[in-house]
Design a protein around this ligand. Structure first.
Ligand SMILES: Cc1cc2nc3c(=O)[nH]c(=O)nc-3n(C[C@H](O)[C@H](O)[C@H](O)COP(=O)(O)O)c2cc1C
Length: 320
């Protein structure tokens, strides 16, 4: 799998509707689901959580949990769906997640993490990977992190997505934990230096993709989250920058048409979610504000679709 460009897992954002939109904007980007707890997969109807139909980009299922048995069961279920990889979340700092003993807090317990991953690897039809932070609280980001990575690599984990900052579990909320601990890209370069045989994908604060391709060329890929959700049309450039695609893909009109074809098949709850994910698609165009009002309105879909197309065409005409 060529992980040159990955779209980060984001709760309430990278659901299948947003992933569908991303797939229209970039055919090659690797997509991630939101984190889905193993219990949700095991207890409820899995189709509800794991449906990835209509998406042809390679997609990584991210799971959360800390029970080896539950994670094994969820992995077996996930084998039946069209995911390219299964990823264990070891980086989420939310207090809810901490109290459930999963996410970033697990980085403090390498043996439990190894037990979880061993069970997943035993049964998974796909590669099992992890998403980590550089450290958690007082875990030493040098020897402590090296030891953690070394131990996971011994049981067969070969791919590490690294959010290039530590998480502070007490005192900072998840949002603060994505901004206050400083980014430390050098430490990620060092991981690759020390573990050349592992795939290391860097994440955190990456917004200028052209620059990133060069800056992080020693690594195995980059992962961007907020930059994509806030400005999804940036994905138009990704296939060209990272995958040498010569196909020019920048046609917002066809994206609008395909999104509304997709929306027409959804129930009303999913329709609202999908339109919400489109709110940032027109940022930067003249009349972008009107596009947001249209997407939030109760107008008929045909009217919204045509209104959006008019905004795009007017903006293109003005630029010409
Ligand atoms: C709204 C939101 C939800 C997130 N949910 C998850 C998640 O479910 N799993 C995960 O590993 N990281 C999650 N993250 C963290 C991102 O994957 C990423 O590591 C972080 O935003 C830093 O990358 P960025 O600077 O490119 O956004 C979330 C981030 C945001 C903004």
């Amino acid at each position: 799998m060529d992980r040159s460009f990955c779209i980060a897992p984001m709760m309430r954002r990278t659901d299948r509707h947003f992933r569908y939109l991303c797939g229209l904007l970039s055919k090659e980007s690797i997509l991630f689901t939101e984190m889905i707890h193993a219990n949700a997969i095991n207890r409820n109807e899995p189709e509800r959580f794991l449906n990835n139909s209509g998406i042809s980009n390679a997609t990584v299922l991210q799971v959360g949990g800390s029970s080896p048995e539950e994670l094994k069961k969820a992995t077996l279920i996930a084998n039946e769906f069209n995911y390219s990889e299964i990823n264990l979340n070891l980086g989420c700092p939310s207090s809810k997640v901490q109290s459930g003993n999963f996410g970033a807090v697990l980085m403090k317990d390498v043996n439990l993490v190894k037990n979880c991953l061993t069970e997943m690897i035993k049964v998974s039809a796909k590669e099992v990977t992890v998403k980590i932070r550089l450290g958690v609280d007082d875990l030493n980001i040098y020897q402590g992190l090296d030891y953690f990575i070394e131990e996971l690599s011994k049981i067969g984990v070969n791919t590490f997505y690294v959010h290039a900052r530590i998480a502070l579990l007490k005192g900072l909320d998840p949002k603060e934990n994505r901004t206050i601990p400083p980014l430390n890209y050098e430490r990620v370069f060092q991981i690759k230096e020390d573990f050349k045989h592992l795939n290391v994908i860097i994440n955190g604060g990456i917004g200028d993709f052209k620059m990133a391709k060069d800056k992080f060329k020693k690594l195995d890929g980059i992962m961007a989250g907020r930059a994509i959700y806030d400005l999804p049309f940036k994905l138009f450039d990704v296939d060209h920058i990272f995958y040498n695609s010569t196909e020019i893909n920048n046609n917002l009109i066809s994206v609008i048409n395909e999104m509304f074809e997709y929306i027409d098949k959804l129930d009303s709850k999913d329709e609202i979610k999908t339109k919400f994910h489109m709110l940032n698609l027109f940022k930067g165009l003249n009349n972008a504000k009107k596009s947001r009002l249209l997407l939030l309105s109760n107008e008929k879909n045909d009217k919204i679709k045509n209104g959006l197309k008019d905004i795009v065409l007017a903006s293109e005409n003005q630029a010409a």
